[in-house]
Ligand binder design. Sequence first.
Ligand code: DX5
Ligand code: ZN
Length: 217
Amino acid sequence: MFKLAPSILAADFSKLGEEVSGIEKAGAHLIHIDVMDGHFVPNISFGASVMKSLCGKSTLPFDVHLMIENPDKYIEDFITDATEYITVHQEACPNIHRTIRYIKSFGVKAGVSVNPGTSLSVLDSILNEVDLVLIMSVNPGFGGQSFIEFSLDKIRHLAEIRNSRGLNFEIEVDGGVTIHNVDSLVDAGAEIIVAGNSVFAGGNINENVRQLLNRGR
Ligand code: DX5
Ligand code: ZN
């Protein structure tokens, strides 16, 4: 069993309310909120006010992915009754331990993400503090990119580390997920699957969600 977190980055922004109620009806579990600042990543998406406009449009919790520099400055803006996870990038946080504690101080789950080129070893000392580790399987900044294959090994390796250390953070994967690789990602140990284009771009949202939840079958 895994949770599906459609990324609204790939949704139709002119009808976001309908899009999120659509993914809820289709059986998705979370709404993945991709926040980009044009500095940490080469693209600007949207901020907290857009996310807050979705409060009450569905009962799905928010899974906030901050691809921004200096996230500490903005974390509080993303706290709502619907916020379940706030994830920051290891690469953007010189004091990641403090940032994780700060996120948790609001009573939400704290996640840390690593880019494809970042080794898992940099997370060693905070793995016992985090609720979630988000493995980026594309270089962040844009939806619709191709899955980077070595991310599968990274997920497997992280699951092994978790087992050997008796920890219980969740493992999430983000970028290039399709009906063709979702099965192997879940097998490798991913428990939260982010999907943007494979949910919203093309076809029917209901059918896309159903197929992803069914591991591509
Ligand atoms: C990438 C974002 C992803 C992305 C996923 O920078 O963090 O969440 O939107 O989109 P797809 O599934 O289209 O790769
Ligand atoms: Zn994301």
